[in-house]
Write a protein that binds this ligand. Structure first.
Ligand SMILES: Nc1nc2c(ncn2[C@@H]2O[C@H](COP(=O)(O)OP(=O)(O)OP(=O)(O)O)[C@@H](O)[C@H]2O)c(=O)[nH]1
Ligand SMILES: *[C@@H]1O[C@H](CO)[C@@H](O)[C@H](O)[C@H]1NC(C)=O
Ligand SMILES: *[C@@H]1O[C@H](CO)[C@@H](O)[C@H](O)[C@H]1NC(C)=O
Ligand SMILES: [Mg+2]
Length: 405
């Protein structure tokens, strides 16, 4: 009898334990099991068309367990039509890890809301790792293009022995990239060919991004749409003086161009930005072309193509070390109306060694900026941005004095 009772006690005790265990495990597992994985799956799907509205992709499959009560937060993806636009990056396979940082920065501050495409160009085939890693973090479509040899080699009118002698000379003078052959092909490609790549023929607008750059503030509107609506063709965030030794005869060629093609020189242009003596000499001011938002159809226009062709024939990409920044800038200053150029003061940007950080604390707070105003290059002596303000009659922002040298 006593043995049976003990047996019963054991059973009751075991049952109680089981019920307790079930209760603990079920109550603690509810929230973690409902962590919104399903929402990530649907929200993360790439829109197949860049131009369609993204409303559907945003609807979560099930209601989130912890709704955010802050109704002031903007939607994760901007609504409305997309422009006919793409990011474009020229890079080598070994640039992968630095370009990933740039892309992450662009996505976080801008493109996660807009999902624009990204075109990558290379003089060699991109490898699988490059394609895999970059396509994993671009929110739009990614495309990878090989540059045709004709666009990345010596034209037959170039005397390669003379070019080699120049490289040796520039090396001795320690001119930056002075002895580099690939840097020259790169500058010539960015000056005259990238916009003619078959992958870019599909687009009207481009935003150029290089490895190792940073964006410091939120960009909450569509910059491409801004360009179109305000009839802008070319834009910049940083401007500075070019290193004279890399372009000794560039201005002579530009003068040849203006003589040969007076019809391409536009009235009401920005000649004053690039020359302090009505065109006699170049003051070396240029927009820094590692950042550009611009119109591809302008670069593909007869005016720009004639300009590039004349410069190319002059040989300065190889006999000197002409950069694509002064080439684009001089073209924009002579062949576009003043009003067609835009200074993106609100795009805070870094490319070694210069920073553009918008002047004014309120702006930087409102846009969640992480740059320091004392690093702002705009009002320092080597920048040309104050000249841009001057020729356009723009008032300098309050507080600029504190950011001078
Ligand atoms: N495919 C390819 N891309 C290149 C080559 N050289 C430069 N680039 C790319 O061309 C752009 C400009 O080159 P950079 O080396 O950044 O030149 P830079 O901005 O004048 O100088 P850094 O101070 O080094 O940034 C970058 O997007 C590079 O990734 C090359 O030989 N092949
Ligand atoms: C985008 O622009 C390019 C260049 O102007 C044009 O050829 C193409 O048809 C346009 N695509 C769309 C969808 O409008
Ligand atoms: C300018 O044109 C003249 C006449 O065609 C030519 O001799 C000269 O070499 C050109 N200068 C440059 C720098 O291209
Ligand atoms: Mg660079």
């Amino acid at each position: 009898m006593a043995g049976q009772q003990r047996y019963l006690r054991y059973i009751v005790f075991a049952l109680v334990c089981l019920v307790l265990l079930l209760f603990i495990s079920s109550s603690s597992s509810v929230p973690s099991a409902q962590w919104p994985t399903s929402k990530f799956k649907t929200g993360g799907a790439k829109p197949s068309q860049p131009a369609t509205s993204n409303q559907d992709a945003l609807k979560p499959a099930s209601p989130p367990t912890t709704p955010n009560p802050d109704s002031k937060l903007p939607p994760a993806t901007a609504s409305g039509e997309r422009m006919n636009a793409t990011f474009v990056t020229l890079a080598r396979n070994e640039d992968l890890w630095e370009i990933l940082k740039s892309i992450r920065s662009v996505e976080d501050r801008f493109n996660r809301k807009f999902n624009y495409d990204w075109v990558f160009l290379n003089d060699k085939e991109f490898n699988d790792e490059f394609k895999k890693m970059t396509s994993a973090i671009v929110s739009g479509k990614t495309k990878y293009g090989l540059i045709p040899t004709e666009h990345w080699s010596y034209p037959d009118f170039i005397d390669q022995k003379r070019a080699a002698a120049v490289r040796q000379e520039m090396k001795e003078k320690q001119i930056i990239y002075g002895d580099s052959e690939s840097y020259r092909h790169m500058c010539r490609y960015e000056s005259g060919f990238f916009f003619r790549h078959p992958l870019l023929l599909d687009y009207e607008w481009y935003w150029r991004v290089e490895p190792s750059v940073k964006f410091f503030c939120d960009i909450n509107y569509d910059t491409f749409k801004f360009m179109a609506e305000n009839k802008k063709k070319y834009s910049f965030t940083l401007s500075l003086h070019e290193y004279e030794a890399t372009i000794p005869t560039l201005w002579d060629s530009v003068k040849n161009f203006t003589k040969m093609y007076p019809q391409h020189i536009v009235e009401g242009n920005s000649l004053k930005f690039i020359s302090d003596d009505e065109g006699k000499t170049y003051n070396n001011c240029h927009f820094w072309s590692n950042f550009e938002i611009g119109n591809l159809n302008w670069l593909r226009s007869q005016a720009y193509l004639d300009f590039f062709e004349l410069l190319d024939q002059a040989g300065g990409f190889f006999y000197e070390r002409w950069g694509d920044a002064p080439v684009h800038s001089i073209a924009a200053a002579l062949m576009l109306k003043k009003e067609e150029l835009h200074f993106f003061n609100d795009i805070a940007y870094y490319h070694v060694p210069f920073t553009h950080c918008p002047t004014g604390e309120k702006f930087r707070i409102d846009h969640k900026c992480t740059c320091q105003s004392t690093d702002n290059f705009d009002w320092k002596g080597y920048s040309c941005t104050s000249k841009f303000y001057e020729i356009n009659g723009l008032p300098r922002p309050e507080g600029y004095e504190n950011e001078q040298d």
